[in-house]
Ligand binder design. Sequence first.
Ligand code: NIG
Ligand code: FE
Length: 417
Amino acid sequence: MSILIQNIKELIGAETKPKLFLKGKEMSALKTIKNAWLLIENEKFSAFGKMTDKESLDRILKNNKLKLIDAGGKMVFPSFCDSHTHLVYVGSREIEYIDKIKGLSYEEIAKRGGGILNSALRLHKASEEELVETAVQRLKEIIAYGTGAVEIKSGYGLSTEDELKMLRVIKKLKGISPLTIKATFLGAHAVPAAYKGKQSEYVDLIINEMIPMVAAEELADFIDVFCDKGFFTEEETEKMLMAGMKYGLRAKIHANELDYSNGIQVGVKYNALSVDHLEYTGAREIACLLDSETMPTLLPGAAFFLGMPYAPVRKMIDSGLAVAMASDFNPGSSPSGNMQLILSMGCIKYRMLPEEAINAVTINSAYAMGVSEELGSIAIGKTANVFITKPIPSYEFMPYSYGSNKVETVILNGKII
Ligand code: NIG
Ligand code: FE
């Protein structure tokens, strides 16, 4: 089916010369067309223009198999790309949430067997079917909030069997969901209880058993390591990334959330696609990123939920860096996959301009999950993932009006959902 959306108040992220990502000052320029139309054919964007271009519109309207949508007063955005989530899990962790309110730190909760290990225990007991079912509900929810592509990590398995179980669940989700999904192997999310005091043996298990099996079943697109204080060291991270790369798994790592862990430097050294969190980013880290193809990715939901310091994003962009933003959707540090909220947090907490924040959750986050050639902006030939908003006064209203869902209609792969 072909779809023509007409009378679009403003078409956002429409690119005639699409770039794979935007950096520094480029991030504050958002390409838009006011009073626009957009044509979708064969799951792709095939043309767009201004409503005043009657000639083109008349030609298109001769095709009587067109589905017409009138978007008067509404805007069309490229769907959000959420490049960092852990949305396959069972159960919630509001007990720890109360502990946090009472003043315990993330690391203290983890040390008491809470945190990631708590979710690992529950995941161990859950069937693949239950995991698929609960994850599908979350996917439906994020679609309704405007997400069109999502990266999902393993990392609540922490044994060969359960890591494979999680990744098989993600593979199933790829088959049943209209979302574009990328899978990341995160065996090195935490040291499991069975390996307490034997961290190096667990690292060896990841390298010698898990990675080869994940690769043999082609279950992952990327490899991740939680390289931070109290979790995995720089040296361990290096070993695991090297092992992953041997099997064609590019790195996307958790870095510098709890301290200056050198995670950013290791990520850049191994040409990671992204380094994520980055609350502890100083001049050295910025200099290192400037010289790389690695996308610094910010997860303001986690800093917000944990009451932790925010990454120095203004300094990063003003230094010329690109940045992406993602939700980090997970039961422990960010139990929401609402990218509209992330957009608002980017503006409010990081002091990003609305244009910068919108670019960070579309084209730059598409790059951070390896899909910016086909997603992340509205360009001819790209996959037709967009949402139509409710009537809104301006695109700045999207981050401004935090907490309510401004998405009215979702189109993924050229089909109305
Ligand atoms: O990205 N930082 C490490 N991992 C997750 C938290 C996962 C959890 O607490 O369950 C994060 O915030
Ligand atoms: Fe995470």
